[in-house]
Design a protein around this ligand. Structure first.
Ligand SMILES: Nc1ncnc2c1ncn2[C@@H]1O[C@H](COP(=O)(O)OP(=O)(O)OP(=O)(O)O)[C@@H](O)[C@H]1O
Ligand SMILES: [Mg+2]
Length: 275
């Protein structure tokens, strides 16, 4: 793993008109080429954390540095959003070309064609997003982010709205592409998820966040990261899964603003549901 590419130093942030802090005193670093997974319950500030890295919001106190500087939107990172955010009036190729306004037309077309091919959507270049399945739209969103050839890829629950089968196929395929740049170098990825299994399958390291205000509850290196075999039957996987799921369940059951507050008994009787 390389030097730190992203650093948070005592970062806190609130929003006007909202009580208290959203993120409270976060300090961590992401190494160049690392896949860092942010895992935490709804509302703990995961999207806000990505927006800080993207340069879309600035910290109230502390410092966020990307490649040694406060991030400028669009400069170093690109984001894959949870709901794809495709432009419905543009074709698939048009959605990709849209993020490359500074390239000359021939170069832009070549770049778009290259990334559509990488995600297997060449045949759909002239289709509109509404004609595509959810999994295909997700691949377009992903190709659009890669198209900018960002050093840092930010992914906000990119698989959350896919069915379980598509999700499993996409996880492998998309992550293989995300982790390497066009030149074969390792790319830095910050990946947000609610899902314990996804965190363990995709991350080199997991940052577990607790909610209201968002704090780092634990930092967990993934011992079986980047092994080609499916890790899900490993004892390490099973024990980490139990530990993370237990921690998340505690947070949600003890959060007065959660829908599950105080429902410990009835939920504890159920087996873990990962989603
Ligand atoms: N622009 C904003 N103005 C006011 N409050 C905001 C703003 N953005 C986020 N918040 C609040 O900050 C908190 C964290 O939001 P954020 O979207 O980062 O959470 P999250 O962990 O991504 O949640 P989820 O898992 O549901 O996507 C929430 O309470 C949210 O209401
Ligand atoms: Mg979010």
């Amino acid at each position: 793993m390389g030097a730190a590419q992203i650093t948070f130093a005592n970062v806190s942030l609130g929003f006007a008109g909202r009580d208290g802090l959203v993120l409270d005193d976060l300090s961590f670093a992401v190494a160049e080429g690392e896949v860092l997974v942010i895992l935490g319950p709804s509302g703990c500030g995961k999207t806000t954390l990505l927006r800080l890295i993207a340069g879309l919001v600035a910290p109230a106190t502390g410092a966020v540095l990307v490649e040694g500087r406060p991030p400028v939107a669009g400069a170093v990172s690109a984001t894959v959003f949870q709901n794809f955010r495709l432009l419905p009036w543009k074709t698939v190729a048009g959605n990709l070309a849209f993020v490359l306004p500074d390239l000359a037309a021939p170069e832009r077309e070549a770049r778009v064609a290259h990334y559509l091919d990488r995600v297997g959507l060449t045949r759909f270049a002239d289709s509109y997003p509404r004609a595509l399945s959810g999994g295909m739209q997700q691949r377009v969103a992903f190709a659009r982010a890669l198209c900018a050839e960002p050093a840092v890829l930010l992914m906000d629950e990119p698989f959350a709205s896919l069915d379980a089968q598509t999700r499993e196929l996409m996880q492998g395929e998309v992550m293989a592409l995300s982790r390497t740049t066009g030149e074969g170098a390792r790319r830095t990825v910050v990946f947000v998820t609610h899902s314990v299994d996804e965190a363990l399958l995709l991350g080199d390291r997991i940052l577990l966040m607790s909610p209201r205000p968002g704090r780092i509850a634990a930092e967990i290196p993934v011992p079986f990261a980047r092994q080609s075999a499916d890790p899900r039957a490993l004892p390490d996987f099973i024990s980490l899964r139990e530990r993370l799921w237990g921690a998340l369940r505690e947070m949600v059951l003890n959060d007065p603003r959660s829908d599950f507050y105080g429902r410990g008994q009835s939920l504890a009787a159920d087996s873990p549901q990962d989603g």
